[in-house]
Design a protein around this ligand. Structure first.
Ligand code: A2P
Length: 285
């Protein structure tokens, strides 16, 4: 497999393709400056990113859409160069709500279509526009879920998911790994008992050998396994750095060493929803 900054798309079994690296656009709304996402997406397109991972619930699809449209208008890209993935939030699972919710996102983005639309989590909440519905005692209000639906999968060197990868490979399914850098350390929803992935000594020693950073090694590790990664950054230097993974490769010995870091533990455990009848992470995947 030869991956380059210009050509790093993976063919999907329906004939479409997906760039192996995308920019994650979730950033806690309570602490993120207005337009930070807009600027990040524009920088990313200039750097060479062509894949953006967003969602209605991130509250910034209007910024993603504005940035992409401006880069189309100035001639940098065409709409069909860009791969956009949006997501259906937990309160819009009833089939009759799906189309309207997708259209709401398209209106914010000012796009005619999305390249991929996925169910954000297989955990249905009480339908409606209240994103985190709760009863008077503060308990989350759930609703039944159809578990046949698909959803994205956390994937990084501490959680490389060998069994799931083997299953997907045997069925021609490509994995998109979220939190490929071990995510942020927001204790509201992240398991901060797991040490920071990017401080890992093995990743850092491999990185030093290649004059790269631990983040670049973590991303290259996923790319060499044919796993799509969507690192989030709104920092121009780090957006650039996370794309500079096509000018080096890890040896099979290094791949083995990094594979051995598997802790089989998730950063994104979503323990606050562990009592949901369809909580997905009790099963081994
Ligand atoms: P920032 O947006 O300030 O760059 P993940 O993609 O696994 O969810 O990780 C995202 C987190 O990692 C964010 O907090 C992001 O912060 C940070 N981050 C992104 N790229 C890098 C990098 N190259 N080195 C260190 N931290 C990074």
């Amino acid at each position: 497999m030869s991956l380059t900054a210009q050509d790093h798309r993976i063919l999907l079994n329906d004939g479409n393709n997906i760039p192996i690296i995308g920019l994650g656009t979730y950033s806690a709304p309570r602490i993120t400056a207005k337009d930070a996402c807009y600027h990040a997406v524009k920088v990313a397109i200039d750097v060479g990113y062509r894949h953006f991972d967003g969602a209605l619930v991130y509250g910034n699809e209007d910024e993603v859409g504005r940035a992409v449209r401006e880069k189309i208008d100035d001639g940098t890209v065409r709409r069909d160069d860009i791969f956009y993935c949006g997501k259906l939030w937990n309160t819009y699972h009833p089939p009759e709500m799906v189309r309207g919710t997708l259209e709401k996102s398209l209106k914010l983005l000012k796009f005619d279509y999305m390249d991929l639309y996925i169910i954000e989590l297989p955990l249905a909440f009480k339908p409606g526009d209240v994103i985190y519905p709760r009863d008077e005692s503060g308990n989350f209000l759930y609703a039944p879920t159809d578990l046949c639906a698909t959803w994205e999968v956390e994937c990084h060197p501490y959680f490389p998911q060998p069994k799931l990868k083997e299953f997907c490979d045997s069925h021609g399914i490509v994995i998109v790994g979220y939190s490929p850098l071990g995510t942020c350390r927001d204790s509201l929803w992240v398991n901060t008992k797991i040490p920071s992935l990017l401080d890992d000594p093995v990743l850092n020693s491999v990185a030093a050998r290649h004059q790269k950073t631990s983040a670049q090694v973590a991303l290259r590790f996923l790319a060499q396994r044919n796993v799509v990664a969507i690192p989030k950054s709104f920092n121009p230097e780090r957006i650039k750095q996370n794309f500079e993974i096509f000018d080096f490769s890890l040896t099979s010995e290094e791949m083995k060493q990094i594979n051995a870091l598997n802790r089989n533990e998730r950063y994104v455990e979503l323990l606050m929803w562990k009592d949901h009848p369809e909580y997905p992470f009790n099963e081994e995947y």
